[in-house]
Ligand binder design. Structure first.
Ligand SMILES: Cc1ncc(COP(=O)(O)O)c(C=O)c1O
Length: 368
């Protein structure tokens, strides 16, 4: 049996009859950049997140960048985040001329450890970026309490967490603003690059709308130097269709995760812990294993593709060597990166594939 890590072609086969007419509508209107489909998507995604505003953008990285600028992050500031993330989280901080300040993760959740945040706050701290890694909400109540008490802003990195809920409240509405990615492999993926900023703050939304289009507030009126961070019309059309399927897709992801956990009871693996009060949307299903290289090879020999998210924490990337964090600074993140392994998880997986993956992992890693 073959189990690819992701199968976007199977997804397209089920959506083709909806997608092609929608793309045709964009062509007929020549609405290739922004336009009606984008405006409709913004309304629908804001409603989905329970926020007042959604500003569609060209990528999740652009959303992080404009989110930070909108929250006032600039040269000389510090922004606290996790090193156990995709590098874009830190890059957006650097784009603002600010310094990423990393704090370690809670090894049980792979997300920021709130207790460590407080110790990292200095007078230069302007914002905190909790990342809802793998679709599992970060522990927002203590983070919000610290941020309120210490006067810092919160930008959620919700790139992997469309539809996740923390204590019943939608991810994307938990901080001052939130950045989503619609990169094709995401739970809600465009057919190209895409991202969005969600917020309840009128000023943040107003800034992001102008900043995404060269600081323009009226045609050829440029109030400040902005960017070209606009979303393409095709992406809005695709995202509107896929948003309507997202709920059942998320349910399927959660069912697959539950089945993997059941099949792996007693096996020599660990998992991040789910809080029963929250809803993880399983962008990735990760396990922690010893001898990862060998486990990956043995699974590949059985036709099962796996991936690593991520093999190296951001503070140990060459790009961030100038920050001066030596190895062992963030032991939980470093240990997670050494052992983490992502198994295939997507709605078109069949029951046979799910059992095959779970049983194969159990055989390969052995029992405790
Ligand atoms: C946690 C996280 N942050 C930010 C990004 C950046 O999003 P994009 O690739 O859309 O720029 C991604 C996506 O790859 C991500 O996974």
């Amino acid at each position: 049996m073959k189990v690819p890590f992701l199968d976007l072609r199977a997804e397209y086969a089920g959506l083709r009859d909806e997608i092609l007419p929608a793309l045709d509508r964009v062509c007929e209107k020549s609405a290739f950049v922004q336009g009606e489909e984008i405006e409709a998507f913004e309304r629908e995604f804001a409603e989905f997140c329970g926020t007042k505003h959604c500003v569609a953008l060209s990528s999740g990285t652009a959303a992080l960048h404009l989110g930070l600028l909108a929250l006032g992050v600039q040269h000389g500031h510090e922004v606290i985040t996790t090193p156990n993330t995709f590098i874009a989280t830190a890059e957006a901080i650097t784009y603002c001329g600010a310094r990423p300040v990393f704090v370690d993760i809670d090894p049980c959740t792979a997300n920021l450890d709130p207790i460590l945040i407080e110790r990292a706050i200095t007078p230069r701290t302007r914002a905190i970026i909790p990342v809802h890694l793998y679709g599992r909400p970060a522990d927002m109540d203590p983070i919000r309490e610290i941020a309120a008490r210490r006067g810092t802003r919160i930008l959620e990195d919700a790139a992997q967490a469309h539809g996740a809920r923390y204590r019943g409240q939608s991810v994307g509405s938990l901080g001052h603003a939130a950045a989503f990615s619609f990169y094709p492999t995401k739970n809600l993926g465009a057919y190209g690059e895409g991202g969005a900023l969600t917020t309840n703050d009128d000023q943040v939304a107003k800034f992001a709308r102008a900043a995404r289009s060269h600081g323009q507030t009226a045609r050829y009126e440029h109030e400040f130097v902005g960017f070209n961070y606009r979303m393409q019309g095709f992406q809005g059309a695709v995202l509107r269709i896929k948003l309507r399927h997202l709920h059942p897709w998320t349910t399927k992801r959660r069912e697959i995760a539950a089945e993997y956990r059941r099949l792996l009871v007693g096996a020599r693996v660990n998992f991040p812990v789910d809080d029963s009060r929250d809803q993880c949307v399983y962008h990735q299903f990760v396990i922690y294993v010893q001898n990862r290289g060998s486990v990956m090879t043995q699974l590949a020999d059985r036709g099962i593709e796996t991936m690593v998210h991520y093999p190296k924490p951001v503070h140990l990337q060459c790009a961030y060597s100038s920050l001066g964090y030596p190895p062992a600074t963030f032991p939980h993140s470093e240990r997670a990166c050494e052992r983490v392994l992502s198994l295939p998880i997507y709605p078109s997986l069949t029951a046979e594939q799910i059992s095959y993956v779970g049983n194969s992992v159990r055989e390969v890693v052995g029992m405790k």
